[in-house]
Write a protein that binds this ligand. Structure first.
Ligand code: CO8
Length: 258
């Protein structure tokens, strides 16, 4: 792997898109490598993923415009599918995922961040879907996920105007959960991921599944999703330890993912 790096830091895995010379633009090779990295992650051992970009300037400045510029209609659709397939895999990945957005998150970069469970960013971050200014639509899920995260009115305004927004506005509209000084972002991401990793992994993953699957369903069906995930946590060693510790008024032992 050259364009996507993967590092384990204790219970946390860090995925870094690594093409800093072109602001980490997503070419086919990046998408293939991201797919391979996701397939290779030990989900039994690790408990949370952080996704970020190499360098100080950019998370990901979009899909690779050089690669896209000569595509025909069929190739364009196929490229969109390639990105969507990988981002769907990331979105449904069993481990919780945090995007640490360290600069430009434009087009496919904003879409990559939105395929993570939630986003935190540096005060230098810039978000946007500039595609209509290039004569295309967002193609890696932007028309769908942005509307679900910030609401259809704000998503349509951002997409139709192709206007970039800064970190403070991204925070105000709920696209990111928190903004940090650039020098503190990685430490904050690792701390946040560590605090997720300390909770019972079976339960955290069941929450992710219930929230993701339920979001596409009417409420009466969505709560059935929740019931199933809730039930799946019982008789696990971590449920017994978590509840046992509460009843015995002691701090629980480290959860074991069993
Ligand atoms: N693709 C390819 N190369 C890029 C990209 C990109 N998206 N972004 C930056 N680069 C390259 C530049 O060409 C430049 O290369 P070089 O040094 O060889 O000239 C290098 O990165 C540095 O960039 P700049 O010199 O432009 O840096 P600035 O600080 O002046 O500007 C910006 C930074 C504002 C981020 C600017 O680079 C920019 O506007 N980039 C493009 C942003 C953009 O429009 N992104 C959306 C792309 S479209 C998309 O993502 C669609 C996703 C779905 C695809 C579905 C397919 C069907």
């Amino acid at each position: 792997m050259e364009m996507v790096l993967f590092e384990e830091k204790g219970l946390v895995g860090v995925i870094t898109i690594n093409r800093p010379k072109v602001l980490n633009a997503l070419c086919s090779q990046v998408l293939d490598e991201l797919n391979e990295v996701l397939d290779s992650i030990d989900t039994k051992k690790l408990r949370c993923l952080v996704v970020t970009g190499a360098g100080e300037k950019s998370f990901v400045a979009g899909a690779d415009i050089s690669e896209m510029s000569t595509l025909n209609k069929e190739q364009g659709e196929a490229f969109g599918k390639k990105g969507n397939d990988v981002f769907l895999k990331l979105e449904a990945f069993p481990l919780p995922t945090v995007a640490a957005v360290n600069g430009f998150a434009l087009g496919g970069g904003c879409e990559l961040a939105m395929a993570c469970d939630f986003r935190i960013c540096s005060d230098t971050a810039v978000f946007g879907q500039p595609e209509v200014g290039l004569g295309i639509t967002p193609g890696f899920g932007g028309t769908q996920r942005l509307a679900r995260i910030v609401g259809p009115g704000m998503a349509k305004q951002m997409i139709y105007t192709a206007r970039n927004i800064k970190a403070d506005e991204a925070l105000r509209i709920g696209l990111v959960n928190a903004v940090y000084p650039a020098a503190e972002l990685y430490a904050a991401a690792e701390k946040l991921a560590g605090s997720i990793a300390a909770n019972a992994p079976i339960a955290v993953r069941a929450c992710k599944k219930a929230i993701n699957e339920g979001a596409a369903l009417p409420i009466a069906e969505a709560v059935v999703c929740e019931e199933k995930e809730f039930g799946s946590c019982f008789q696990t060693a971590d449920q017994q330890e978590g509840m046992g510790a509460f009843l015995e008024k002691r701090k629980h032992e480290a959860f074991t993912n069993r």
